[in-house]
Design a protein around this ligand. Structure first.
Ligand SMILES: [Zn+2]
Ligand SMILES: [Zn+2]
Length: 188
């Protein structure tokens, strides 16, 4: 990620001030058992940078028991990225799911697998906010190498045309000169 995006994110966050989270679930009177939610938010509202323009959607399943809440979330988002090879913009669908366990009160009483994501919240917490987790998981889902498609031909280093749209003669010339050398060798 370029520093520019990070800066942009910081700016938008600080200008938000104190606002209610977009993805907020009231758990104050939540009965034990499974609950389902669907949320939608503008990407900028959850602190995503300007590469993300389409609505971010999450489908959440909460499983509440006496001392903990187990959350499963399916995130779908879409970003517009610049291809590392041809520099064209392309859209990328992000589908990511994650789970989180909210412990009500005290971690020490719980028997948990180490690899599980855990947040300890006080027993009188009214709401859980998912904005920051969702933002992080979306950013983590953005591939390190951004390619408009796996077989993107990129830009010709010699003449600069986008080889996905245009054929240039540069490769052919290289091949020809190699071929000439071979011919010369075989003739000598
Ligand atoms: Zn490309
Ligand atoms: Zn070329």
């Amino acid at each position: 990620m370029s520093p520019y995006y990070f800066y942009g994110f910081r700016l938008s966050r600080s200008s938000r001030g104190v606002v209610v989270a977009e993805f907020r679930i009231n758990i104050s009177n939540l009965s034990e058992g499974v609950h389902g939610y669907i949320f939608e938010a503008e990407p900028s509202k959850i602190g995503l940078d300007e590469r993300f323009v389409s609505m971010v959607r999450i489908k959440v399943k909460l499983d509440k028991s006496l001392r903990q809440i187990r959350l499963q979330a399916d995130i779908s988002a879409e970003g517009t990225f610049v291809c590392d090879r041809c520099l064209n913009n392309f859209k990328w669908q992000i589908a990511k799911n994650y789970s989180m366990i909210y412990i009500l009160g005290d971690r020490s009483t719980m028997d948990l697998k180490k690899e599980e994501e855990i947040q300890v919240i006080s027993a009188d917490t009214n709401c859980i906010d998912l904005d920051e987790d969702v933002r992080q998981y979306i950013l983590l889902a953005v591939p390190q190498k951004l390619l408009c498609r796996e077989e993107c031909l990129g830009i010709c280093p010699t003449c600069g045309v986008n080889r996905n749209n245009e054929n240039c003669a540069c490769d052919a010339q290289v091949t020809d000169s190699r071929w000439d050398t071979l011919k010369k060798l075989s003739q000598s």
